[in-house]
Design a protein around this ligand. Sequence first.
Ligand SMILES: [Zn+2]
Length: 341
Amino acid sequence: MESDSSNCESVQVISSTKKRPKHGRLTDVNKKLKVQSHEIGKECDCKRLQCSKKIPAEGKRDIIKNFNLLESTDKQNSYLCGLISIVPVKNRRSRVDEENARLRDVVALYKIRYLHENKLNELEICRDEFIALHGITKRRIEYLLTSLKNTGISPIDKRGKHSKRPLKLSDVTLTFPIRGHSYMENDKNMGIINQKARVKTVKELCDLVQSSRKKPSPFVVEHLSEDNQHIFQQWTEHLNKFYKKKASFPIQSIRQFEVSKEHPRLIKYRDTYNGTWISAVVMDRKSVVLKNLETNNQFLLPEISYTGPIPISAEKFANLQSLKKFCGKEAQDYFTSLVHN
Ligand SMILES: [Zn+2]
């Protein structure tokens, strides 16, 4: 006992660090739990192999226990693949004619191994029992089979392991069609709404917009509330901080322009669809957004623009009050309730 305790003292590590101990992230723990807590599913009722009856209860228990001891999806997959053999179909029995038959070029055979009374048993079982015994899904089997058929080996789990994903966009080119020849998507949408319809209240306007289109889907009118105030943000003020206030080139005549990751301070433009590109500087060298983009690809979003209804002028309100007598009750109430200065 004594020697034991002195031994203990010598290996005791005195920790002086104030760092919070690392216990791992909750997501990692959950992932591990998910990978290692398979449960036996519903046993098969196949007539051909009568699998379930052949395997003793402790055999089933061992199979699921050992499977759950494999701590990664990769290990589990290669274990499962080791128990699946792929055999080419030799002759097809023609119970169904060629056109209607499920033409399979290979069949998969499933087996299991387990110890029973110190003896290793290996036996063929059906797919359903294979799924049940390991508590896995049909989809996982299909995934394994695809990998085995295509590569001959078990699949390698790629989830969450992209070390370096390419940036989604490296450049953007915007092409302006010639007016009169075609319309941009939102012009088409505005064109559908009947501009001559008589509308007095916001509710009537919403109804009009919502009923303007049937295909491919009706328009959705978003009602502003505290939850979606971010629809309107102070983008002008925000962008003014970074970009030159006035472009150094005429915008009206531009047919195409392009921005690229390579030269974030420049805009390339041309006033024909196949002419030479001209470039112009649109961003100051010391721009804050540039610095941020270089360091962490992020910037703060601008403030929201409105926190409630925008008041109309006192004069406009007075005019509306004298004109509302020509409207119905609902519209009159609406005009009376308008927020104004
Ligand atoms: Zn079976």
